[in-house]
Design a protein. Sequence first.
Lengths: 206, 307
Amino acid sequence: MASCIARGRDRMRGGPVTFLAVVTMVVVVGAAGCSDGPDQPFEWPDDPTSGPVSTVDPAEAAAIEEILATFDGFRRAEVAVQADPEPAYLALEQLADYLADPLLGSVLFDVDTMHRRGVVRAGEPTWRPEVTGLRLDGSPPTATVRDCLDTTGWRLADRQGGQATAESVGLPVQFEPDRYVMEFSARRFDDRWLLDEAKVERGERC
Amino acid sequence: MLRKRRLAGVLVATAVLLALFPATPAQAQDCDFERDTDSNGNEIFVWTCSEGGSGGGGEGEQGCFTSLGSRGARVPCTHSTLGWFANIQGGCYIRPMRPQPAADDPRWEGKDPADGMFYIAHCFALEGANGLSFERLGTPIFLSNQETPIGQLLEEAIARLPLDPDIRLAPDPDGVGLVGLPVWMWTPPNTSTWNQAEASATSLDTTLRVRANGEEITWEMGDGQVVHCDSPGTPYESRFGAEESPTCGHVYEEPSRAQPGGRYTITATTRWRIDWWVDGDITGGTLPATRTETASVRINELQVVTS
């Protein structure tokens, strides 16, 4: 397990996180295994509850549970705010319990854009996160979360129910129906975990 | 990333000219952005404005202007999520980071939270094909309060809060306590000492509001003991006799005669949680504020005379 967490930590330190998250719903979660590194194909475990993280000490297990709860809360809140986009300052309260800047600002930017351009996101996505890196002795503690996001059932539409595309309304490519891997960083802020960065792992399918 | 390296250079720059709260803010609806792709295939966003002209950078009577090479262009002075335009590195939008990094975050190294805040900066670049591109994900930077009008507004609003501790002790400082008998500590709860207090500061169209709530009083009792109380404490009344305070108290184990002046010096530090925000905007956050007051108490030994 130690090497698994170490790889997760190294990966989080690698290259700048450049992109934001956009999406989702459904649950799943559970602790799980880790990938073989950034150059290897990423595979999800058949049974997400039986991975090696189940052997970690109680402090790590508790942290992983908190992180995944935060992640799940974020996805649920994101689905809710994109189903009925409001100005950013109104959407803020629904997201601030799960996100920190710069990711918070990016997600709010998209919601605000959707509001101003009169589009919503209908349906529901699926997500499948796992904690692949955890450093509880850091200052502050940090973690890496990888997620398999399926947005094929979560589509843009105008407020009258007509179709809309990400390109037509100037939203990022992540708003187009697809299934892909995203990597998030989580950071401990005082007494809670918040997601603060995210990027799409281009070329990695799941 | 090149932009981030350039931003790092900004942090050591001695002069950061900000163009916030312009005299004549540009209307946000004059400008909008479109999705585009830069020469490396990366997704970028490009601003286009329906009117306005080029400028030399910074604040102007017609709005705000970037100063990237020869491509100065008018941009909105404010954005609903990106914040305020600042003439950093040719032009960036800055917004106080929320939440601010945790107290033990290494990003605070060499910086004092009392002097400034971390901001998220979205900076313009030159890569846009048909306009000004800007970064999708913001970069954290630290700026002193004096460098940003929003920081100045925050300091001004906090200064208007009536935070003024008023600590009380039993035994009264004019009296004498005894070793082994309880000392009661409290503060009369009001908006100066503990209860919720509010204030605001305004600059042109921007009103920043602050709200303070007492969270803890740390009592350094002078005998090496520290008592943390998360309430204003309970006022002592004579009917309580020699009972211990149900909320905030201390018992001295040694007399104070060996202390300077023969008295224990008690230092009480009140910590408030300050919530601050700008109406109709995502700008805001929380930060602590502390004030300290001292008092002293004389503690004698109880002497029993027997015959």
